[in-house]
Write a protein that binds this ligand. Structure first.
Ligand SMILES: Nc1ncnc2c1ncn2[C@@H]1O[C@H](COP(=O)(O)OP(=O)(O)OP(=O)(O)O)[C@@H](O)[C@H]1O
Length: 300
């Protein structure tokens, strides 16, 4: 559905993106995580056909994006600071988008305006940043795009509105199989809605995983024995990290949960628990494996 292959993007002598490849399936939500200046906006602008790449291929529904009106009518991009025509109200912007997007829905627009209790008579530039962002969401979702690009969309939204926006996005993905790329500098902010996460650092994608795969492949266990920890156990487990906390041994282990359970049970532990790992913890270990310290990559 959405594809980038071997993308390079330079600004003069500065390399903003280097050999970036990614693909996003129909009905999927891809979270692009990276710190300030990592290259998120540049990547999104290439996908949205605003920038042209220096090398590589960007395709959406099999077609190149740059200067392709057909493809652009199927996508909507909300930049990190939404821009509106300064004298326009949301109703005037709605008329404008209706003329551009064949899937525009008046009914959806009315419903969303009511649901956000949005003042349709007030000029958009007089709204606060958070309200302007809500206006952008109302307009974007009324266009009923197949693809939505969101650059740091939760900035400036209060927790109630964030939840509402996330629910609306998930509904559109479930009902219409819309595909979304959402960027953020904060993994925690978007982890609950993404099915795939890519981490970008200094213009390179350093890790890209489906969350289900990630979660099923790595586990945290705590074990305690009456005496010494059996040496066999440590040999048989694929250990990523171990830590002794008093008499408890805390291990991060790769592999199938059932196999790990069987291996540990064979050694008759006194205490044995498999504990959930947060997504952030998983990323810390995954990034450690490939030689990156996550603190250098993700701002919390
Ligand atoms: N038009 C431009 N001209 C020159 N350099 C640019 C331009 N746009 C981006 N850059 C540079 O490319 C790098 C990546 O910028 P980009 O805006 O894509 O990062 P980002 O991850 O979106 O950052 P932030 O989280 O701060 O918005 C930065 O070093 C930036 O200074």
């Amino acid at each position: 559905m959405i594809k980038m292959e071997g993308i390079m993007k330079h600004f003069d002598h500065y390399t903003a993106l280097s050999d970036v490849s990614l693909s996003i399936a129909k009905g999927s939500i891809y979270g692009l995580i990276g710190s300030n200046g990592a290259g998120k906006t540049t990547l999104i602008k290439l996908l949205a056909g605003i920038y042209r790449q220096d090398k590589g291929k960007v395709t959406i529904i099999g077609q190149p994006v740059y200067e392709n009106v057909d493809v652009k009518q199927k996508m909507f991009y909300i930049p990190d600071s939404p821009v509106f025509l300064s004298q326009y109200t949301i109703s005037m912007m709605a008329r404008y988008y209706k003329s551009l997007y064949p899937n525009w829905s008046d009914e959806r627009f009315e419903t969303l305006v009511k649901s956000f209790a949005f003042d349709v008579k007030k000029k958009l530039h007089t709204f606060s940043k958070g309200w302007q962002r809500q206006a952008a969401f109302i307009l974007a979702l009324s266009c009923k795009p197949d693809i939505l690009f969101l650059d740091e969309p939760m900035d400036g939204l209060d927790p109630v509105v964030r939840k509402k926006v996330k629910n609306l996005l998930i509904t559109d993905v479930a009902e219409r199989e819309m595909s979304i790329l959402i960027s953020s500098h904060n993994l925690r902010e978007i982890e609950d809605i993404c099915d795939t996460v890519g981490i970008i650092h200094k213009g390179k994608i350093v890790l890209q995983k489906e969350l289900d795969d990630l979660k099923s492949d790595i586990h945290k266990i705590q074990i305690a024995y009456r005496g010494e920890v059996p040496k066999d156990l440590l040999k048989n487990l694929s250990l990523v990290h171990t830590e002794k906390r008093g008499s408890i041994l805390l291990c991060i282990v790769r592999g199938d949960e059932e196999d790990i359970f069987k291996q540990v049970k064979k050694t008759n532990p006194l205490i044995f628990d498999i504990l959930p790992l947060t997504l952030e913890e998983i990323f810390i270990y995954e990034m450690g494996d490939i030689g990156y310290a996550i603190e250098n990559v993700i701002v919390k």
